[in-house]
Write a protein that binds this ligand. Structure first.
Ligand SMILES: Cc1cc2nc3c(=O)[nH]c(=O)nc-3n(C[C@H](O)[C@H](O)[C@H](O)COP(=O)(O)OP(=O)(O)OC[C@H]3O[C@@H](n4cnc5c(N)ncnc54)[C@H](O)[C@@H]3O)c2cc1C
Length: 298
């Protein structure tokens, strides 16, 4: 982490709440399911698919996990009843991973059954490295039982090459991203160039193996690499999708869709926007830097 990022991270708790609200507003739909539904409808009308998530992580009470499952079920119900094009993605520590692997597995299983009944899909996000083994364990178990589940790999982690081998063997549905968490050098590549290069190699392996891939990035170079790889492999645009965060680089997402590719916008919502935003900004001040730049250039 650069000195500047450390400084930004240290000042995050002192940023006034209204400013955090303003920053969060460009990334999230709002606090309620009604606001989420409006955001999905608007994005769908512009030709984008959506990935809905509810803000929350690291819960310490079982009741909080049950509440999260229930909220996700309500979201799945609203998506179905209003004919919206959105799947959902979840963080396992929101669904009780810290309270027990079996407990968490059962919560995700319940969600998958509900999603299945609506013909919908659930992706399991990847969190920081202490959770990686448990997340893959739960994913592979569910992947053997359900067809509507996907996972995420992080190109910054050295272990991901091995994980990708297992995922390609299972023809899993995989989102690839760089990885948002700051991880130690022993287990992670730290250089931007090295992470990019690894991303492109892993993406090619996943696509070559016939996995459906969510290509999550706002990095124009990587978007170009994805176009190149898909072209060489002569893939149909239905065999993968691009994914971007709500509020980041609308020009890029328009240009991706304009070339006939599919793009899903990840839109989170929920009342926990304040503690969630502060934790995210503290954990990874690089995001705070991006946001600051975006605010200054608007
Ligand atoms: C749909 C989606 C799902 C994701 N899921 C996960 C996950 O499960 N686990 C995980 O560890 N990470 C996840 N990430 C985050 C990802 O790992 C990266 O941290 C993030 O996407 C930034 O990497 P980049 O590829 O966009 O490249 P970068 O080089 O970091 O960014 C390229 C450019 O995009 C802009 N940009 C990028 N991020 C932001 C931002 N937050 N705000 C404003 N501008 C920004 C900046 O202008 C930057 O120069 C996800 C990202 C997306 C898009």
């Amino acid at each position: 982490m650069s000195l500047m990022d450390k400084l930004i991270g240290a000042t995050v708790p002192f940023v006034p709440k209204p400013l955090v609200r303003r920053i969060a507003a460009s990334y999230i739909a709002g606090e309620t399911l009604e606001e989420q539904v409006l955001a999905i409808r608007e994005l769908n009308s512009k030709g984008f698919m959506v990935a809905t998530s509810i803000l929350g992580e690291d819960v310490t009470e079982r009741a909080e996990s049950f509440e999260a499952v229930q909220q996700y079920e309500e979201a799945l119900g609203a998506i179905a009843s209003q004919n919206l094009n959105s799947n959902i993605h979840v963080k396992l520590t929101h669904l009780g991973l810290n309270l027990g692997k079996e407990f968490c597995y059962n919560n995700v299983k319940r969600l998958l059954e509900t999603a299945n009944s609506y013909g919908n899909f659930v992706r399991i996000d990847m969190e920081d490295s202490p959770t990686t083994d448990d997340t893959f364990h739960i994913f592979f178990r569910l992947n053997a039982e359900f067809e509507n589940v996907g996972c995420v790999v992080q190109a910054c982690l050295r272990r991901t090459a091995n994980d990708v081998q297992k995922l390609t063997a299972a023809k899993a549905n995989v989102r690839i991203c760089k990885g948002i968490y700051i991880e130690p050098r022993e287990i992670a590549y730290l250089g931007r160039g090295r992470i990019r290069e690894n991303y492109a190699v892993l993406l090619e392996q996943l696509l070559t193996a016939g996995c459906y891939v969510g290509i999550a990035t706002h990095d124009k170079w990587l978007v170009g690499e994805a176009f190149r790889i898909a072209g060489i492999l002569k893939l149909d645009a239905s065999q993968y999708e691009f994914q971007m965060l709500h509020g980041v680089d609308p020009e890029l997402r328009k240009s991706i869709v304009g070339t006939g590719h599919r793009l899903r916008v990840a839109v989170p919502f929920g009342p926990m926007w304040y503690p969630y935003s502060i934790r995210r900004l503290r954990k990874n001040p690089r995001i705070a830097r991006y946001v600051l730049q975006a605010l200054l250039t608007r």
